[in-house]
Design a protein around this ligand. Structure first.
Ligand code: SAH
Length: 353
């Protein structure tokens, strides 16, 4: 009874928009029940509706390269994976993908890739300018990993609007367990601060259920999100990839991912929150469950069909059906069946909270 009332008290404070301590966030995560999950999801959906109405924003994801100089222990395109069949799209191919998306009504393109040293500032800036020239009413989002401040500034000056860089974990010791020594939590955070200061709409995020993660690391992530106030936040379950050091680890769950989506919506009401491909991969109803938990963004895949299977961050990553631009009609139907509406504008963050 005593425990039950503490959960209720914390849930009330969370839904009222109050800050909780790390210990309190962890307590809620550890003591969650189906009833609490339902209560927070309902509150999160109400908050989303207050700020964004019924809109779900669509982002066309273009996976521009799977070359990567990094060796993250969880990721299927890490440089040590010799089984990864590497590819890189030409600027013409990227523009063709964008055109296909534009015709479907997409007004944001997300260029994502490994940390490919071939993709210099000059090449990327030229591509961003071409995209902006051809699709002037669209937002360009980049998700190309860690770069120097100077490089981020050049990409911004060339016209890029947003940058996604998941922080992966806000706990430095945990970060070191997921990455080789050549990467540091300090540099990851430096990148995020630079991106925000430069003026990008900036996204952070985590994998749910990554190895060594407990509620205490998740509480640290929630506190970080509360103080950093990102414009976007990408979270999805960790899913092992067979050719990585974490190939035999346990995957994260849709259940905890959805619980955290609701918490994040309540902690930072205006954040743009995708219902991710990883969530749809781990659970056949994941896409809907994410939206019903407070997410308001979906990111169908616009990459050319032939290469889609090669951008394999984790095993069995979905890339057909509703994940693909071609399946967009079915995805739109699904969104409408939830009482929501696929939006055809850029879908920038609304500042009012
Ligand atoms: N190189 C870019 C893009 C990385 S891929 C960058 O560093 O930001 C985008 C995201 O996929 C990563 O940030 C990571 O959180 C997620 N990811 C990678 N491997 C994964 C796995 N095995 N399971 C689930 N998500 C994974």
């Amino acid at each position: 009874m005593k425990n039950r009332s503490r959960v209720e008290e914390l849930a009330d404070r969370l839904t009222a928009g109050k800050a909780l301590t790390r210990e309190e966030y962890a307590y809620l995560i550890d003591h969650r029940t189906p009833e609490l999950t339902h209560q927070l999801a309902k509150a999160a959906v109400a908050v989303r509706e207050r700020i964004y109405g019924r809109s779900v924003f669509i982002r066309g994801l273009i996976e521009i390269s799977n070359y990567c100089k990094n060796d993250c222990f969880y990721c299927g395109i890490r440089c040590s994976n010799d089984h990864c069949d590497r590819y890189r799209l030409t600027p013409e191919e990227v523009l063709r993908c964008a055109k296909e998306g534009y015709e479907l009504g997409f007004r944001t393109f997300v260029l994502q890739g490994g940390e490919d040293t071939f993709l210099t500032d000059d090449k990327l800036c030229a591509l961003i300018r071409d995209l902006k020239k051809q699709f002037g009413d669209c937002a360009v989002t980049l998700s190309l990993g860690e770069r120097s401040r100077k490089s981020y500034q050049r990409l911004f000056d060339a016209g890029a609007d947003r940058y996604l860089l998941r922080h992966e974990t806000a706990d430095p010791a945990h970060y070191r367990k997921l990455h080789p020594e050549t990467m540091s939590p300090e540099n990851r955070m430096r990148c995020l601060r630079d991106l925000k200061e430069i003026g990008f709409q900036t996204g952070c995020g985590i994998m749910v259920g990554s190895p060594y993660q407990t509620s205490s690391e998740l509480a640290e992530d929630l506190a970080f999100i509360r103080s950093f106030r990102p414009d976007m936040c990408g979270i999805g379950p960790f899913i092992p990839h067979r050719d990585t050091p974490f190939g035999n680890e346990t995957p994260g769950t849709a259940e905890l991912t959805c619980f955290l989506l609701s918490m994040i919506r309540l902690i930072h009401p205006a954040v743009l929150l995708p219902s991710t491909t990883a969530l749809a991969t781990i659970d056949p109803g994941g896409r809907e469950k994410g939206l019903l938990s407070g997410a308001n963004v979906v990111m169908p895949n616009l990459s050319p069909k032939e290469i889609r299977g090669k951008y394999e961050l984790y095993d069995h990553k979905l890339h057909e059906g509703e994940e693909s631009a071609q399946g967009f009609r079915a995805l739109s139907e699904k969104i409408r069946s939830l009482g929501l509406e696929p939006a055809v504008d850029r879908g920038d963050i609304r500042k009012e909270e």
